[in-house]
Each structure stands twice: as structure tokens, then as C-alpha cells.
Design a protein around this ligand. Structure first.
Ligand code: CAA
Length: 262
């Protein structure tokens, strides 16, 4: 039974990616998710976040790299502000002060950390609020040199709640995260690169080529080793040196065993 139904709540209909303003293209080991509401600068709705979660649940096991990008002029202008004024976005819903409701939206972001895939955000124009958090949910960010981030939520009386605060603090440190969030200022690409919020910064005309080159490099590495290494690296911040050394040994022994068998 659906978890919501178990709790006596009405099940939420999950739109197809297209209905939710997303495009999913799978080409062999590469999946490209395009935020596809260019007229609204890819403003994001509850339906879009749930469709993202569904893409994560149903992604073919053969996919190794996921690229997230925006159609049109920018990556994303963040949450669809129409939802605050009762417009409700495509699904006609309204924000609810319900823990489970927000957790379901966060699920659209959390799966991008899965060790089985490497996720790449291709950011052009701007990534605001929920859009910035989506870029932060990805493992790697390629940004155009005229693009910028903005964590707008506190300016709107809200907090960033789409899984962005943890990666932001881990990448830039607590003090810089406070500067970025509590002033809700623009972070231009050059600063983003300096702070580690972009692994590559390229001229706008070269974004596609830069992303293609990165994807090719990621695919050139042994698939199983990539999964094991991502898993290992993800544990490092929470582990003591001793624990991390033990984790390295475990993963390596597993690798060596598989290589002997394969
Ligand atoms: N929601 C809904 N519609 C939006 C939008 C948004 N977040 N951002 C832009 N649009 C719409 C505009 O209303 C406009 O629509 P119409 O043509 O129908 O009038 C269209 O997109 C184009 O907008 P602009 O002409 O403004 O385009 P631009 O490229 O010059 O955009 C901008 C500049 C800085 C993005 C500006 O549109 C803007 O400030 N948008 C709002 C950004 C914002 O505050 N987002 C929310 C952040 S907080 C968050 O995401 C998380 C959370 O939980 C609160």
C-alpha cells in the first residue's frame, strides 16, 4: 500500500516527466534531465520535484552518468512563485506545513547522491533557490562564466529545504554559507569556481562541449570502481581516519576479489 494511504492521506498523483515540465533522455549510459519550462525560466513546482524523484526510482540500471540542465535562457529561477499566490503550478496544489510533504519533495534531490550514478549540473544563466539547491545536489557542476547562483529563500521568509544546506556548508564552510544564504546575494561564476561551487567554468558557447567532455571522461573510468570510489569518498567527511582506512581496505578487497573472478 502507498505510504500516504497507510497514513490515511490521499495518494499524490505523479505526473509524467513531460506533464511536470521535465524532459528525460536516456542514451545508453547517459541520462539527461532537462528542466523544460523555458517560458517560466524553468521555475519548479511540486509536481516537478515529485517527477524528479520518480525518475530517480525508475532510472535504468545501465545509466552511469546523469546530466541535469535547463532549457532556454537559464538553469532555473527556483520555486514557481505562483505556488505561493495560490496558482498552484501545473498540479494546482498548495504548500502544506507537513513534514512528509516536504520529505517527498526532497526525494527528488536526494537520489542524485546515489553511488551508482555520477550527477552533473550544467548551469547557465542562473540557478536561484531551489535551482541552486538542485545544482548542489549534483556531484559536479559545470557553469558558464556569465552564470550566477542565489540562495534566495531567506529573503522570502523561508529556509533552503531542498537538501542544499549540507553540501553548501561542506563545500564552502559555515561562514561563507552564512554569507551566501543570509544576504541572498548573487554568487557569480568566478566566485563560485573559487569557492568550489563549480568544478568547471566555461564560456557560454562551450557549455555543451565541456559537459560532453566531462561525461566522456567519467565513462572512461571502470564502472564498478567508480561506484565504489564515490561511495568511499562520500563517507570520508563523517569518518575518522581509522574508519576511512578500514573503508578503503574493504572496498579494495572487494575490487580485487571481483577482478580475480571477472
Ligand atoms: N516563478 C514563476 N515564474 C517565474 C519565476 C519564478 N520563480 N521566475 C521567472 N518567472 C517568469 C516571469 O514571471 C516571466 O513570466 P511572464 O513572461 O509570464 O511574465 C518569465 O518567467 C520571464 O521572467 P523574466 O522576464 O523576469 O526573466 P529573466 O531571465 O529576466 O529573469 C529573474 C530574471 C532574476 C529570474 C527574475 O524573474 C526573478 O527574480 N524571478 C524570481 C526568482 C525567485 O525569487 N525564485 C524563488 C527562489 S526561492 C526557492 O526557489 C525555494 C523555496 O523553497 C522558496
Amino acid at each position: 500500500m502507498d505510504a500516504r494511504a497507510e497514513q490515511g492521506q490521499a495518494p499524490v498523483a505523479v505526473e509524467t516527466p513531460a506533464e511536470a515540465g521535465l524532459r528525460l533522455d536516456v542514451a545508453g549510459p547517459v541520462a539527461t534531465i532537462t528542466l523544460d519550462r523555458p517560458d517560466k525560466r524553468n521555475a519548479m513546482t511540486f509536481a516537478m520535484w515529485r517527477a524528479l524523484a520518480r525518475i530517480g526510482e525508475t532510472l535504468p540500471g545501465s545509466v552511469r552518468v546523469v546530466v541535469v540542465r535547463g532549457a532556454g535562457k537559464a538553469f532555473s529561477a527556483g520555486i514557481d512563485l505562483g505556488m505561493f499566490s495560490g496558482g498552484g503550478g501545473p498540479s494546482g496544489e498548495h504548500p502544506q506545513d507537513d513534514d512528509r510533504f516536504i520529505a517527498e519533495l526532497q526525494a527528488g534531490y536526494t537520489w542524485l547522491r546515489r553511488p551508482e550514478v555520477v550527477t552533473v549540473a550544467a548551469v547557465h544563466g542562473y540557478a536561484i533557490g531551489a535551482g541552486f539547491q538542485l545544482a548542489l545536489a549534483c556531484d559536479l557542476r559545470v557553469m558558464t562564466d556569465d552564470a550566477w547562483y542565489c540562495m534566495k529563500e531567506p529573503a522570502l521568509g523561508l529556509v533552503p529545504d531542498l537538501t542544499g544546506t549540507k553540501p553548501l556548508v561542506e563545500i564552502v564552510g559555515l561562514n561563507r554559507a552564512m554569507d551566501i544564504c543570509l544576504t541572498a546575494r548573487k554568487v557569480p561564476a568566478a566566485e563560485a569556481e573559487r569557492l568550489g561551487l563549480a568544478e568547471r567554468v566555461v564560456p557560454a558557447a562551450e557549455l555543451d562541449t565541456a559537459v560532453d567532455e566531462l561525461v566522456s571522461a567519467l565513462l572512461a573510468v571502470n564502472a564498478d570502481a567508480a561506484v565504489a570510489t564515490k561511495r568511499l569518498l562520500q563517507q570520508a567527511p563523517g569518518n575518522t581516519l581509522e574508519e576511512q582506512c578500514a573503508a578503503e581496505r574493504r572496498e579494495q578487497l572487494q575490487r580485487l576479489r571481483s577482478m580475480r573472478q571477472g
